[in-house]
Ligand binder design. Structure first.
Ligand code: UDP
Length: 316
């Protein structure tokens, strides 16, 4: 069996390459390194079942695979941290629109299963809490986050159009906040920022009053959910939330990180970000039912593992 994974050297993509290789799949990975690093997959390059192509998904030629059929395509290429998509606005919109179209056409050519990495961002600043898959969201189409939110909403709509038009095996995963090793030091997301700031003996930057909430899933749990959703039979056209349903205020997360890293120098409150969602928590009943999946790793365990990773990265 063969899989094509875009965003292969990214945070999630690289773990997916590893997971599919360990399950005896042949893996073709594509990445243009816009927000990722080759070091995440350098240990896989010697593996005879792994092929890596440096390429922007928007430039993907329909004949790139020649006549090798791929069984599953996982589209995980996209800037995903707010800091990244504020910087790469147009690239974010294009990889999720043009890039998604190119991959769907390849899926159509080979009748491959197509798994889209979507996001909890499609719910915007949600008016329904927790969010289940039937909620349509509350998104500002012209705000600073729209480059990501609307691009992913378009990618979802385009994928469903291919499902309805061609009966392709389309599957959509709405991924909630995830953390763990291989996040970049300057990724800009809250978990990596707080850990790196604390380890450097700096103050933790809290945007706004810190009462906004998120639910944080450790990467190993998420990868298990993605693997099941991508490989189980009879899930054509399904949309699923994957994330940890335990909700924290950002200020609570800051306090937890400071508990683990005594070198932290307290908290610095900065102005709130524009359109920052006030709350976010996945309803994962559907994942439990279809995949028998739920996260197993507690925030304390996950933070410890992630802190150890960043200590090594910072050579502390
Ligand atoms: N945040 C923060 N300090 C930081 C980075 C983020 O207070 O240094 C807040 C941010 O305003 C948001 C939450 O943490 O409310 C999660 O932000 P992140 O960028 O990790 O992900 P998002 O869920 O916004 O995509």
């Amino acid at each position: 069996m063969k899989v094509l994974i875009t965003g292969a050297s990214g945070f999630l993509g690289s773990f997916l390459c590893e997971r599919f290789l360990s399950e005896e799949y042949e893996v073709i990975g594509i990445d243009n390194f816009i927000t990722s690093h080759i070091k995440n997959v350098s240990h896989l390059l010697e593996n005879k079942n792994f092929k890596f192509i440096e390429l922007d998904v928007c430039d993907l030629d329909i004949n790139i695979l020649r006549d090798t059929k791929v069984d599953i395509i996982l589209h995980f290429a996209s800037p995903a941290s707010p800091v990244d998509y504020y910087k790469y606005k147009i690239e974010t919109m294009l990889v999720n629109s043009v890039g998604t179209k190119r991959l769907l056409d390849i899926a159509l050519k080979y009748n491959s299963r197509f798994v889209l990495a979507s996001t909890s961002e499609i719910y915007g600043d949600p008016l329904v809490h927790p969010q289940n898959e039937n909620y349509w969201g509350n998104v500002n189409p012209i705000g600073p986050r729209s480059v990501y939110d609307e691009a992913k909403r378009f990618a979802e709509a385009l994928s469903m159009a291919y499902y309805r038009t061609y009966n392709l095996d389309i599957r959509i995963i709405r991924i909630f906040n995830t953390y763990g090793p291989r996040m970049r030091i300057n990724d800009g997301r809250v978990v990596s920022n707080f850990i790196v700031q604390a380890l450097k003996g700096q103050r933790l930057t809290v945007y706004g009053d810190g009462n906004q909430t998120r639910s944080f899933c450790y990467v190993d749990d998420l990868i298990e959910g993605i693997y099941r959703f991508s490989t189980y039979e009879n899930l054509k056209g399904e949309v699923i939330n994957l994330g940890n349903p335990i909700e924290f205020k950002v200020i609570e997360l800051a306090n937890l990180v400071m508990e683990f890293i005594p070198s932290a120098r307290g908290v610095e409150f900065l102005p709130p970000l524009e359109d920052d969602p006030r709350q976010r928590r996945p309803d994962i009943s559907k994942a439990k039912l279809l995949l028998n999946w739920e996260p197993k790793i507690s925030i304390k365990e996950g933070l410890k593992l992630t802190i150890n990773y960043f200590k090594k990265e910072l050579e502390l």
